[in-house]
Design a protein around this ligand. Structure first.
Ligand SMILES: O=P(O)(O)OC[C@H]1O[C@@H](O)[C@H](O)[C@@H](O)[C@@H]1O
Length: 291
């Protein structure tokens, strides 16, 4: 696992065979001012462009620190490998977001190779003011070929379509796939609302299933830029959209509000398992029910 202090960002997560499980663009730039294109950027205190801040907020392009003395978690498992990072308000940032906060991020590699991210965000305002924020773990999963991928767990849910002015739609009954017979441009950019806590991303070609579990984050974003948008992004290769999919545990529709002294927690855990191990016939119910 690799973690950058720049962005507090995980940029590499491998399985026991040394295979990379996260996508990072070959054109990614690992220094300011832009966020690193790939891995797991943290979107805070604003997801997307709805708000006064730059797209996805500023946490992803700030320099975080290693937290020397993190407050303990209620349950601490000594067998896990983890790193604690912290980001605090700066005088400069208070000009664009006038709040004091402490954002603690614990990145844990579980005994089975699972990747867990736990965020604890505390309002440390001294002026008695609450603040509101939206959030996402903008997770870039590495996939063999986007046309071989299926996402399960989001069927029949409502979503906001960022490609259609954030209009609200309801997903049809089937698992989500990423092929388009009608057009060669298939930019997917949807915010699924109030989703189940478990989502499965099946990569048929690689026979790998990512199981994403989340807590404190009601929504889930699914994004792939497809070819036209890929070409327009300077830090993204023209064909790289075929080998990635963003599935992001998020809180977008209803911002989180914290009073001074209050703390919020949001967690995302991903495991990568052989599809057969979990699902047999790639049966969605079996994938979602396995633990
Ligand atoms: O290029 P950025 O700022 O990293 O954003 C990438 C994408 O991130 C997704 O989460 C958003 O839903 C998309 O709208 C956006 O295009």
């Amino acid at each position: 696992m690799h973690v950058y202090l720049y962005g507090g960002q995980v940029t590499s997560w491998k399985n026991e065979y040394g295979e990379e499980l996260l996508f990072v663009s070959s054109k990614a730039v690992f220094k300011p001012p832009k966020a690193i294109r790939g891995g797991i950027p943290i979107c805070f205190p604003q997801f997307g462009s709805q708000g006064s801040l730059e797209q996805h907020g500023f946490a992803r392009n700030r320099l975080w620190s290693v937290d020397p003395d993190p407050p303990p978690f209620a349950v601490n498992n000594p067998n896990k490998a983890f790193v604690d990072l912290i980001l605090k308000h700066s005088e400069e940032d208070m000009k664009i977001w006038p709040h004091r906060y402490e954002f603690r991020l614990r990145i844990t590699l579980g005994p089975g190779g699972d990747l867990m991210l736990t965020s604890r965000i505390r309002n440390t305002n001294t002026d008695g003011k609450s603040f509101a924020f939206t959030f996402a773990y903008h997770t870039y999963l590495a996939v063999s070929d986007i046309s071989e991928v299926r996402v399960e767990g989001l069927e029949t849910l409502d979503y906001l379509d960022n490609m259609k002015d954030k209009e609200r739609f309801t997903e049809q009954g089937d698992a989500i796939t990423f092929e388009s017979e009608v057009s060669d441009c298939f930019n997917v950019d949807k915010v699924y609302l109030s989703t189940p806590t478990k989502i499965a991303i099946l990569d048929h070609e690689r026979k790998r299933t990512f199981v994403l579990r989340k807590d404190g984050l009601p929504d889930a974003v699914v994004w792939n830029p497809w070819d036209k948008k890929a070409k327009a992004m300077p830090d993204f290769g023209d064909d790289e959209y075929k080998h990635m999919l963003c599935v992001e545990a998020a809180c977008v529709e209803k911002p989180i509000i914290l009073k001074p002294g209050e703390e919020w927690r949001g967690r995302q855990e991903i495991s990568a398992v052989p599809s057969s191990y979990c699902s047999g016939q790639l049966d969605p119910q079996k994938v979602l029910n396995c633990d």
